[in-house]
Design a protein around this ligand. Structure first.
Ligand code: GTP
Ligand code: MG
Length: 278
């Protein structure tokens, strides 16, 4: 049996998203269940700094580079002995810390010369029970996601125009619609629609701001690109970004899966998404 040499592919993921969405809760759950010596998941509180941990993917989660592994496959026991690991970074979601931590870290990692250091996937966590129409939470979440996607789009377009530089692997984005255990939580399809509609509003108003010379918005001064292209005329949808290689998936889950024997049961679909990136 041939073995392919260990590829230098990156396996780092970053947790982004508004404050209170459940990033640290997810991070602690994955971290505490990754080591043999069970550590108690720490109680969460608003984060002010970023943290990194190495997470072990459960052997039953398929990975893209090994897509056809089946449950009866003898290599599965091999997988349990030599589990797939990835790096996960938790960041603070507070509005004042996003620029200096979440966004700037993402930007630095995307520009890294070493493939290994580049972010492989963005996990944008939202509280699906807090995204009511026209509310501040929806505006806040959509604004943050807009800025992240614009950064990824700029990066993808830059890479394409610099013909000498190899286009890196595209960055995948998971919108983790968290807190599905709450009956007030919106299903993932609805979270997707709400975010797309709100992002559409944001990109139209920012475009208007750009064309009006009297509006010196500061942070957007050098922004000449509109998210999703087409100068913001059509309706925005995440699918528009696939043209530049950015795939956005919206998947529901719950960090708190009460009564389940497997503490990771509520986040399994997100781990499957991670596996598909690896
Ligand atoms: P910042 O650090 O401020 O950016 O927030 P965060 O995204 O790290 O949020 P955190 O993980 O601290 O979670 C905020 C609150 O949501 C905590 O009280 C968690 O216990 C709670 N929470 C997280 N996930 C879930 C979930 O799936 N269901 C429910 N019901 N509550 C959750
Ligand atoms: Mg936190």
């Amino acid at each position: 049996l041939y073995r392919t040499a260990a590829s230098p592919k990156s396996s780092s993921f970053i947790l982004l998203g508004p404050s209170g969405a459940g990033k640290t809760a997810l991070f602690s759950l994955l971290e505490s269940t990754s080591s043999r010596i069970a550590k108690a998941a720490r109680p969460t509180h608003t984060s002010q700094t970023s943290t990194v941990a190495t997470i072990t993917l459960p052997p039953t989660i398929p990975i893209a580079s090994n897509r056809y592994r089946s449950v009866n496959d003898p290599s599965l026991s091999e997988a349990s002995r030599n589990p797939v690991k990835y790096e996960l970074k938790d960041t603070p979601g507070h509005g004042k810390l996003r620029g200096s931590q979440g966004l700037s870290y993402l930007e630095t990692s995307l520009n890294s010369k070493k493939e290994k250091e580049r972010t492989r996937g963005v996990i944008f966590v939202v509280d699906a029970a807090a995204l009511s129409e026209g509310g501040e939470n929806l505006r806040d979440a959509a604004g943050y996601l807009h800025d992240i996607l614009l950064l990824l789009q700029k990066n993808a377009l830059n890479k394409g125009s610099r013909s000498f530089s190899k286009v890196g692997d595209p960055v995948s984005v998971l919108v983790a619609a968290n807190k599905q255990d709450l009956f007030t939580a919106l299903p993932p399809g609805s979270v997707r629609n709400k975010l797309e509609t709100e992002i559409d509003r944001i990109r139209k108003s920012r475009k208007r701001g750009l064309m009006d010379a009297s509006v010196g918005s500061g942070i957007n001064e050098d922004e000449d690109e509109v998210l999703g292209g087409d100068d913001g005329h059509g309706i925005f949808s995440f699918n528009l970004l696939e043209e530049v290689g950015i795939k956005v998936d919206v998947v529901g889950g719950a960090v708190k899966a009460e009564g389940d024997t497997d503490p990771r049961a509520g986040v399994r679909k997100w781990e499957e998404w991670i596996g598909m990136c690896l």
